[in-house]
Design a binder for this molecule. Structure first.
Ligand code: ADP
Ligand code: TRP
Length: 327
């Protein structure tokens, strides 16, 4: 069983990334053969500054390692260190219907906003690169947030089409795995937490910033004395990510009883979040002090991943009449 997932280095990671994706990566590394990569080629569709991309890529690696991704168990690498992926993307592109990509949400959203003309071919064919990511390593399970399920479906369509066209079982079909209870983490404004919405709380904000962000979570204007509904409150929804069942029951009862202002709930959320990410923050500081370590981890990961990539790409090349490559 191979687990594989990628995450784009397009900014600092936030709570949505952790509870929607990263936590699953770490949980799966113990039992399965896990491959995780930093999707820097995908990030080129939005980041067009070399120093920024390098910085976010390094931050992504540091964050993942600090949060518990263990290079002795999982293979961590940079997407761009495996050149086979762009070659496989081309093989898949030749079989990809335009109509399939027109339905994919990143491009469709642009069209809906009347910005189709400014969409580049990279954004349009982004799902084909993701399909190459998934198929290149014979992955079976893909832990992702709900928004990525469509791309895994596209991947399956392309894999079936390739296998049928060339009459061989070249590719394994991957399955998306979404964690249901935290499938969608809400942000400061109660909408889905996302960099593009500017409503995120980053994983390693310092205490002062964290407090400020939490204080800015939107709440309604119910007076302090009145009972409040925890289930419709973004503060409580976020608190649930960090608190035990017992702690949740206690805070929910206080909401319903009245006499508690949102400020108190925000304080409870601050304390829970700060305690939750505290140990990872310390690990991150230690890791960051030795930058070479991170680079070594990524290069060792790429070396391992590339062995698999070359094997699968050769299968695909052979199936469509290209020569096998040595190595
Ligand atoms: P963003 O929306 O901030 O740009 P990405 O698209 O880079 O985040 O997401 C990286 C990973 O984190 C994906 O697997 C995505 O599904 C997951 N993810 C992002 N935001 C959330 C969220 N609010 N809730 C759950 N999962 C999320
Ligand atoms: N498209 C994903 C995102 O925006 C990132 C990604 C690239 C990915 N390749 C992948 C996720 C392969 C899972 C598997 O979040």
């Amino acid at each position: 069983m191979r687990v594989l997932s990628g995450i784009q280095p397009t900014g600092r990671f936030h709570w949505g990334n952790y509870f929607g994706a990263i936590r699953q990566y770490i949980a799966l590394q113990d039992n399965e053969q896990a491959f995780y990569f930093i999707a820097d080629l995908h990030a080129l569709t939005t980041i067009r500054d070399a120093a920024t991309l390098r910085g976010y890529t390094r931050d992504a690696a540091l964050d993942l390692l600090a949060l518990g991704l263990d290079p002795a168990k999982a293979t961590l690498f940079r997407q761009s260190d495996i050149p086979e992926v762009t070659e496989l993307m081309w093989l898949l592109t030749t079989l990809t219907p335009m109509s399939l990509l027109e339905k994919c949400h990143a491009y469709k959203d642009k069209v809906a906003k009347g910005k189709a003309k400014s969409a580049d071919a990279g954004l349009f064919s982004y799902p084909v690169l993701m399909a190459a990511d998934l198929l290149l390593y014979d992955s079976n399970v893909v832990p992702v947030g709900v928004d990525q399920v469509q791309h895994v479906e596209v991947t399956r369509d392309l894999a079936v089409k390739f296998n049928l066209t060339y009459q061989r079982d070249v590719f394994v079909l991957p399955d998306a795995r979404v964690m249901a209870d935290t499938a969608k983490v809400v942000g400061l404004n109660g909408e889905k937490m996302s960099k593009s919405q500017d409503n995120t709380i980053e994983l390693f904000e310092d205490a002062k910033k964290l407090r400020k962000k939490i204080n800015s979570i939107q709440t309604d204007s119910t007076p302090v004395e009145s009972p409040k509904n925890p289930e419709t409150c973004a503060v409580f929804t976020l608190y649930k990510l960090f608190a035990t069942e017992a702690q949740q029951t206690v805070l929910a009862a206080r909401y319903r009883a009245g006499g508690m202002g949102y400020g108190e709930a925000k304080q409870a959320l601050f304390e829970a979040a700060d305690a939750f990410f505290g140990p990872a923050r310390e690990r991150r500081e230690k890791l960051a002090a030795n930058a070479n370590n991170v680079e070594e981890v990524l290069q060792a990961g790429a070396k391992r991943a590339r062995v698999k990539a070359q094997e699968v790409l050769n299968r695909a090349r052979e199936a469509c009449g290209l020569s096998r490559r040595g190595g």
